[in-house]
Design a protein around this ligand. Structure first.
Ligand code: ASP
Ligand code: MG
Length: 419
């Protein structure tokens, strides 16, 4: 069988780790598989390179930043190939560009548009283990090297698994799989043996960092089964896959709880109650390229104005506020408020489609823990609340307990970075 394995930064953090991982790869090859490995940069290399760039230049050109960052993955790929060669197997490392990862031209956040794995096929045909540097490709138009966004080696792995027709894609990090909540917050969190693409997408989109969001989107679209597991143990991890309606009735109503401390809340006060006011507010924010998440509009008060609150990534807060303030007179609102002392807690599970009372259980649990809810939003399989950032941990624990997800044992956290 053809297998694709991806090793995160914590699995290749130093020479000893690289040798350990090499042995694991060779074992898969010795069992008669064709093995393609995608590797992240060693340990904190990407952060260190970003830091170094900052010291040299406060505003580096994105093209040069991508040239710099892709070097991290190139190092670990070459080192891993050396370690495999020393175990008596032949391995060949490739940059993303050499591996045929074709992307859009946007530096730092390029999208994969095609994979042309000719060189990988040739190397596999010659019996080599193939090692590919993750998180990078080459732009079709500019011919420049691009990166795919932080954490995107997961996406490289799934894209290659799809292009190569692999049986499945293994994603190795330093945790045993996807858990019902972050084990550092909930010691009784449990490993989820299998999870549907839709639920994994909701968890990844709402703060679970174990898998890159676009990797899950890709896997769902191409129907690639993903096995998320630890390179520090041989235990089974979590299978992310298609789960039929009949199979899912056996599963718990709620699959997991995600949390996110990276958002902020903007409130636009005194918005005139007229047709098109909300459109004006959100046009203004969209025009500066800010993606928003939750929205709440209050009912009109006596003076015919309303307040509109929304959440957005903290990094985009200043830009959104500046744009809104510049449009204040034209739109006719009174003022803006900005609060980055917030967090979002999301309860996810396909079971809530067919079970009443899930919202009530969630809000009752938060009330019992004395937690005030600032905003609420839902999808068919998710309920999210915005709370004070200091209440996030307690809110995650309250929901985890309320939906019966607590286990007796303690989750094992090897290093716990999830890289
Ligand atoms: N090394 C890159 C990062 O730290 C990509 C990855 O690890 O997936 O974001
Ligand atoms: Mg990752």
């Amino acid at each position: 069988m053809r297998v694709v394995q991806k090793f995160g930064g914590s699995s290749v953090a130093d020479a000893a780790s690289i040798k350990r991982v090499a042995q694991r790869i060779v074992d898969a090859q010795a069992q008669g598989n064709e093995v393609v490995v995608i590797v992240s940069a060693m340990g904190d290399t990407t952060d260190e390179l970003l830091d170094l760039a900052q010291q040299v230049s406060p505003q580096p050109r994105p093209r040069e930043l991508d040239m710099l960052l892709t070097a991290g993955e190139r190092m670990s790929a070459a080192l891993l190939a050396m370690a495999i060669n020393d175990l008596g197997y032949t391995a060949r490392s490739f940059t993303g560009s050499q591996a045929g990862v074709i992307t859009t031209e946007k530096h730092g956040d390029a999208r994969i548009i095609d994979i042309t794995p000719g060189r990988i096929e040739t190397a596999l045909g010659e019996g080599d283990v193939v090692i590919v540097a993750g998180f990078q490709g080459v732009s079709q138009t500019t011919k420049d090297v691009t990166t795919l966004g932080r954490g995107a080696s997961d996406t490289t792995a799934v894209a290659l698994a799809a292009a190569l027709g692999a049986g499945y894609c293994e994603i190795y990090s330093d945790v045993d799989g996807v858990f019902t909540a972050d084990p550092r917050i909930v010691p009784g969190a449990q490993r989820i043996p299998e999870i549907s693409y839709d639920e994994m997408l909701e968890l990844a989109a709402n703060g679970a960092k174990i898998l890159h969001l676009r990797c899950v989107e890709y896997a769902r679209r191409e129907n690639v089964e993903v096995h998320v597991r630890s390179s520090f143990s041989t235990k089974p991890g979590t299978w992310v896959k298609h789960i039929s309606e009949e199979e899912s009735v056996e599963n718990p109503i709620i699959t997991g709880i995600a949390h996110d401390r990276s958002e902020a809340k903007v409130t636009v006060v005194g918005v005139p109650d007229r047709v098109g006011a909300a459109a004006d507010v959100f046009d203004t924010v969209a025009a500066v390229g800010v993606n928003i998440d939750m929205i709440v509009q209050n009912v009109s008060v006596a003076d015919n104005t309303t307040a509109i609150s929304f959440t957005l990534p903290q990094a985009d807060g200043p830009r959104a506020i500046a744009a809104l303030e510049a449009a204040r007179e034209r739109i006719g609102f009174t003022s803006t408020e900005y609060d980055d002392h917030v967090g979002k807690v999301s309860v996810v599970g396909v079971g809530m489609r067919s079970h009443p009372g899930v919202s009530a259980t969630c809000f009752r649990a938060l009330a019992a823990a004395d937690i005030n809810i600032a905003m609420i939003s839902t999808s068919e399989i998710r309920i999210s609340v915005v709370v004070d950032v200091d209440d996030v941990d307690a809110a995650v624990r309250a929901c985890h307990t309320a939906f019966g997800l607590d286990s007796e044992g303690q989750a094992v956290v090897y290093a716990g970075t999830g890289r």
